[in-house]
Design a protein around this ligand. Sequence first.
Ligand code: GDP
Length: 207
Amino acid sequence: MSLLHRASFFVSAARLDQLPPPGAPEVCFVGRSNAGKSSAINVLCNQKRLAFSSKTPGRTRLINLFGLPDPLDPDGQLGFLVDLPGYGYASVAHREKEAWADILGGYLRDRASLAGIVLLLDIRRGVTDLDRRLSGFIAPTGRPVLALLTKADKLPYGQRIRAVQAVRKELADIGQLNAIPFSSTDRIGLPEATLAVENWISPQVVP
Ligand code: GDP
């Protein structure tokens, strides 16, 4: 069983100063609203409603932390999955959009316990202007990035490969970038994504 399957809700924060002090390794999930972020978290954790869709009012402007309990220490966490607010809602006022940029930029810049970043991109939309802006926050962190090109079930194989190549090229500023087709419904890319996230939380030493 993947350690991710043991994930459970830990805490929500509306502001960065409400986050618990940095501790165990964190893997954060970022992407435009509707890119499939909550579906990806749920399938990685093998749970139906751990993360809530951006269509669910209330929960989504918060930073939600999910704990991965340490089997050897009932009160300890091996690591955390961090669901960051989605960006790019058409209906949201400019000022509020900038507040999200502050939260995402601040988290990425300052969070000492950040081990890796999962970036969700709708495979049919590729890298949008807002994603490019986000990658401007990500690149200086030097943290490894896994771009999941979501809803890959909607494209035939050849187009998936071309989409991956285009994303790798467009996000070349990010030093350690991997990009793979992903589908929550068809479980495309699930084993690779699971391994990458597990390895950031709890690095495996391969002899
Ligand atoms: P979020 O706003 O980024 O959390 O996105 P959601 O996970 O709520 O997904 C947005 C919409 O895309 C929902 O209607 C999902 O059912 C749909 N969706 C998410 N992942 C997939 C996928 O892998 N394949 C398909 N076909 N639809 C998906």
